[in-house]
Design a protein around this ligand. Structure first.
Ligand SMILES: NC(=O)c1ccc[n+]([C@@H]2O[C@H](COP(=O)([O-])OP(=O)(O)OC[C@H]3O[C@@H](n4cnc5c(N)ncnc54)[C@H](OP(=O)(O)O)[C@@H]3O)[C@@H](O)[C@H]2O)c1
Length: 330
């Protein structure tokens, strides 16, 4: 196993992080335990969770699984969306100091742990001053409840603003980012990845299979004809509504066949090869789905194949125009 460093924290993690969003929802407790055990067997020591996954059940299942070996694994949770928690009344959504303090206690209880390794602000909250959110995170670090603050789904300027605020006040700054990233969603390449490399931040990317689309199982068929998330989830149907997405998935399938591997292996190996990425967060509802994702750990992606896969979708526009001219003067 070639360990990866999370930015400049000195923390070493496996080159894949297991996302446990399916624990307690698509995967029952028994299947979740099997998936966890298989991940540990494969050397994975990194698990990504959130307070909202399966209404809090995901944290409870993960908590029971890590209990005998808490210090051997790195775990995350997130807040901003509350689970539908009547105790919060009107305050269900957001990253205010009150919400952060409320949700961290509940997450720690469900995880049966005295600390989180990384605690994510799940989304940018326009109603809360960033000073309030970052100060609350710093208090949690000082109290030993959170090892490192982390940020998901922020724009690059919002991340940089959060870092600037923390540096100005001497507060613990975010050390890990979590953007969406796959062959079908490459926006992170234009600003988030260069920012992470410049600031030495860890990056764990989510939805590497575009919610299942890159397995090729949807193809030209109607969602209703296939088993999977897109059958029922309107947000995921909207996210991958473009017919070109299904054509890319079909071409990926053909390349995978030529290579004698599963398209899932290729889609994940392509992300692992990006120097800005610490690890992709994989998702699977059972052991069968997990297998081709784990195979990416042993798949050697050549530069040529990396380029071929990258050419399946357009790279996003650069953050500024005339980058090409600047390159001439380097
Ligand atoms: N920060 C955020 O906002 C955010 C958002 C989303 C996810 N995440 C994190 O990222 C993790 C992974 O995200 P994701 O679940 O969206 O990843 P993904 O890799 O894009 O999708 C995984 C899903 O694809 C399908 N799939 C996987 N392997 C398959 C196979 N071999 N054959 C057929 N179908 C297969 C399964 O869903 P079906 O069986 O239902 O098709 C599986 O649940 C989550 O667990 C969570 O930790 C974070």
């Amino acid at each position: 196993m070639k360990w990866k460093m999370i930015g400049d924290t000195g923390l070493k993690v496996s080159p894949l992080c297991m996302g446990v969003m399916t624990f307690g929802s698509d995967s029952d407790e028994d299947t979740s335990a099997k998936v966890y055990a298989r991940c540990r067997e494969a050397g994975i020591n990194f698990f990504d969770c959130a307070n909202v996954y399966a209404g809090g059940n995901s944290e409870m299942i993960l908590g029971s699984l890590i209990k005998p070996e808490r210090d051997k694994v790195i775990i995350t949770s997130k807040m901003t969306f509350g689970p539908r928690d009547p105790a919060m009344g009107l305050q269900g959504y957001g990253s205010s100091r009150s919400q952060i303090m409320h949700h961290v206690e509940h997450s720690l209880q469900r995880l049966d742990s005295d600390h989180l390794d990384f605690y994510f602000l799940h989304h940018f909250d326009v109603n809360t001053a960033q000073e309030d959110s970052m100060r609350a995170m710093d208090d949690l670090v000082r109290a030993g409840k959170v090892r490192y603050p982390a940020i998901s789904n922020f724009a690059a300027w919002q991340i940089m603003k959060a870092i600037g605020i923390c540096q100005h006040h001497g507060w613990a700054k975010p050390r890990l980012l979590q953007p969406m990233y796959s062959l079908l969603k490459r926006q992170a390449e234009s600003e988030i990845f260069p920012l992470a490399q410049s600031e030495k931040l860890g990056v764990i990317t989510y939805s590497p299979l575009a919610g299942g689309v890159l397995t090729g199982k949807y193809g030209q068929k109607q969602f209703s004809e296939v088993d999977g998330r897109l059958k029922t989830s309107r947000p995921y149907q909207r996210r991958y509504a473009d017919m070109r997405d299904y054509q890319v998935a079909a071409t990926l399938g053909q390349i995978a066949q030529q290579q004698g591997v599963h398209p899932v292996t290729l889609a994940i190996a392509w992300i692992m090869a990006n120097p800005a990425v610490t690890c992709p967060i994989i998702g699977a509802r059972n052991l069968e789905q997990l297998q081709p994702a784990l195979a990416a750990l042993d798949f050697a992606l050549s530069d040529e194949l990396y380029k071929e896969l990258s050419s399946l979708t357009p790279a996003p526009a650069l953050a500024t125009d005339r980058e090409d001219e600047r390159a001439l003067h380097r």
